[in-house]
Ligand binder design. Structure first.
Ligand code: ADP
Ligand code: MG
Length: 358
């Protein structure tokens, strides 16, 4: 716990560094902070002299609002906590249109992935507690099979009912948006950069947003972390314009007990950390991709870029659980580019992804 606090405080006290291009009617600005419990960094060219700090403030406020008011299952006053607290009540919990759309999309995606991504995984993720143990493993114990099975009984998106203003679910079920929070946030960051900046990049944990075209037309270069930690990056992707890039892996949040790695992406078919032969999954989605025709419900409060942001994050988690064959098919279904790293270090990627590799 202490380590976690230290990590968070470190983020808060990082002082924004900025270089002023004020006389040209813009400001280049870069800073680091924390969002949703992870470090986030942003670098952008703000329109208008002296506007960098204002954009940075907006980026921070968007993250704080999403986490505290809407998404976090750990913040008591959030809408998701209200749903979790009302589990088992017939009336359920009244929710905003914004959260309803996120949840309906997550539920639809849960069904499309046959539960590989499951928005109701909370009882299982709470039992394992890997996110917390990865920061401080004192007292971590591998849960007993019976406890895993009991938690599994409380998961299952089929029993989660969500409409445009209400969510109802059985006693003990817990909604967990940990797999999509950063993607949702980066879509909000895109919205802010789009209105205030010529171009920029925002990174939150394993998820990155590139926005716009840099001066001189050079592409953005995004490194894919080496899951084995031997090098900084295993591959570099170049992108022109606005994209969401998300990576999920078993090497970021995990605990090792007796030489076995227990990581934070859980397989709701078994109740144990996913073991599909992959150690890293990266998905890239253009921010302006049209989602017409992919979903049965019309998500009125979400823009295409909101869906791109959320799905880039959700897909990496789902594919990590599904494994190579099913995962590649899923990426093909959504027509998005994907890169997989197998446990033996070899890589496989979509044809579109090959064109992005440096
Ligand atoms: P990261 O947060 O490191 O980017 P992910 O996006 O893959 O990684 O999200 C992992 C988080 O998602 C876990 O900490 C947990 O809260 C949640 N989660 C774990 N397994 C699943 C799953 N099968 N379906 C949906 N959410 C999951
Ligand atoms: Mg994810």
């Amino acid at each position: 716990m202490q380590n976690r606090m230290k990590k968070l405080l470190m983020g808060i006290f990082i002082i924004p560094i900025f270089i002023c291009g004020c006389s040209f009617g813009y400001e280049d600005y870069s800073a680091a902070g924390t969002v949703m419990g992870t470090i986030f960094t942003a670098g952008f060219r703000a329109e208008g002299a002296g506007n960098g700090a204002e954009v940075w403030t907006q980026l921070n406020q968007a993250g704080i609002r999403l986490e505290n008011d809407v998404l976090s299952r750990r913040v008591e006053a959030s809408e998701v906590s209200c749903i979790n607290a009302q589990a088992g009540s017939a009336a359920g919990c009244k929710i905003s249109e914004e959260l309803a759309d996120y949840l309906m999309l997550c539920r639809e995606f849960s069904a499309q992935t046959d539960g590989a991504f499951d928005v109701t995984v909370g009882a299982l993720s709470t039992l394992w507690g890997i996110d917390e143990a990865a920061v401080d493993s004192t007292g971590f114990e591998v849960p007993a099979d019976e406890a895993v099975n009991s938690a599994l009984d409380l998961c299952g998106y089929e029993a989660f009912e969500v409409s445009d203003n209400c969510a109802v679910m059985p006693q003990g079920m817990i909604i967990d948006l940990g797999a999509v929070g950063k993607g949702i946030y980066l879509a909000k960051a895109y919205d802010i950069l789009k209105d205030n900046c010529k171009y920029g990049v925002v990174a939150a944990g394993g998820s990155i947003l590139t926005y716009g075209y840099k001066e001189g037309g050079q592409p953005w270069h995004v490194g894919i972390a080496d899951p084995f930690g031997k090098a900084d990056v295993i591959a570099s992707i170049s992108l022109e314009g606005s994209y969401f890039v998300s990576t999920s892996g078993d090497y970021e949040r995990y605990v090792e007990v007796d030489g076995v790695r227990y990581h934070h992406i859980l397989d709701t078919a078994t109740g144990y950390p996913a073991n599909s032969g992959l150690c890293s999954v990266t998905v890239i989605i253009p921010a302006d991709k049209s989602w017409d025709g992919y979903f049965s419900y019309k998500y009125n409060s979400l823009k295409d870029y909101d869906i791109s942001g959320l799905l880039s994050d959700a897909l990496t988690t789902a594919v990590f659980v599904m494994g190579e064959e099913e995962g590649l098919k899923l990426a093909q279904h959504y027509e998005v580019d994907i890169l997989l790293v197998r446990n033996d270090g070899t890589m496989v990627m979509s044809d579109g992804m090959k064109r992005h590799i440096d």
